[in-house]
Design a protein around this ligand. Sequence first.
Ligand code: NAI
Ligand code: MG
Length: 493
Amino acid sequence: MAAPFRFDRLFIGGEWVEPIDGGVRPSIDPSTGQPWGDVAYGGRGDIDRAVAAAKAAFEGPWRRMPPWERAALLRKFADLYATRVDDLARVEVTDNGRAIRESRADIGIHSQYYHWFASLADKLGGRTIPMDDSVHAFTSRLPIGVVGAIMPWNVPLMGAAWKLGPALAAGCTVVLKPAETTPASSLALAHLFEEAGFPPGVVNVVPGDGPVAGARLVEHPDVAKISFTGEGSTAKAILKAGADTLTRCTFELGGKAPHIIFADADLENALNAATGSAWALCGQTCALGSRVLVERPIYDRVVEAFRERAGHVRVGMPLDPATHMGPQAHLQQLEKTLSYIDIGKQQGAELAAGGSRIERDGMAGGYFVEPTVFANVSPDMRIAQEEIFGPVASLIPFDGEDEAVAIANGTSYGLAAGLWTRDTGRAHRVAARIEAGMVWVNTYRYIRWSTPYGGVKASGWGRENGIEGLDPFLETKTTIVSTTGTFPNPYAN
Ligand code: NAI
Ligand code: MG
């Protein structure tokens, strides 16, 4: 039997330690609203210890280890991860309420992310640069140093794979700070790094409060880079706090993705994708197709189909394999979603389905909300502009390509977009005009370890995954070597 995970200690420098200026507090199961276990959290002093351990590991064994040995450790970890998918899924689901069927499928492929990044670890060569015969010039790609990974609560283990995979493959060391409400799965992960035999300090996990532990990680002079996923206002605070130490940052800040359905689309498949991606993860994912843009001739049919399908979503206990949609991950998120539903009504959108908290069938203590559909949404309404992070689809009618593109691009965000049409020319035209880091055509939310992920505009800086996902963890060094060793005296005459 695999050893159980413990959550009441921090993982720093390869040891399970008690917090020095944090403590232990209950973590809440969002399906019951009740504490389910005690989890350690760290303060500023604990972050300082973790950064010191990460720095020592970076300057010591990790940087000296040949990259193929680093890769081998990462593969060993990935294999271990694959054997613990069920355990990891149970921990994550208990902490964040995601339906186990979704969570299990997602966590089931994470080991592939680690394997893929492992496969790149020993291929991070530079290039030679054509020069004149007097010099040879080349570049090397070197790990940036200690990375602070600051995580959101919606998909903690996936976020960890996207940050730790490339960081470790690049040769960096990491202090991982999970979100306040979902710390447990990151501590579970630490067990697997320990078991895989990573040198102490290469991966450190310190749960803690954003403004305390997170802020200390950002301002710490020995942290070279922050990889952050979360809210835009937090990213701005991080930029300011990291200014004095010129901390490099990458930001994944969510979105308000348009999912565009043209009248010539394969409607059945478009509806499968659009309804699925509007309510996946109870609406708590950044690439959610939360704005459904529908060409006017099929608008009423699509509204009716959304209304009908909302009735087929089985909302229930996250660990029940029959459940499609669990609760919101924490109370503030439930309150945020319900407040946006009120805003939608006040601004004149038509509530076509859902709209309420669910308190029947033993769900009263949890943070459940109905899959919700707003029709007749105009693009300037707040529910069409701001990220709700709840299962709320806003259906917006449009006439023709130009208007579709104008509405699609008419928010501050630019993470992702989807479009459905049978017209290949239109697919390329519209995809090219959309301001987003990712566009899906006749599919949605299909991503892999190899596909760069990230946004433009207010959706963030930088990319995760893909070859590009390694760039933020590497610095390029240029070396220029004279082939003659001669250097003229500039003051000879
Ligand atoms: P948040 O941005 O406050 O939290 C994300 C992480 O940042 C957490 O680990 C938190 O502890 C940390 N943090 C908070 N303040 C910090 C600071 N001053 N310095 C360093 N780290 C700090 O996000 P929150 O409040 O949990 O969620 C609010 C909204 O953000 C959601 O409703 C959603 O709209 C958006 N969001 C987007 C995500 C995405 O995937 N892009 C993920 C999570 C939230
Ligand atoms: Mg916050």
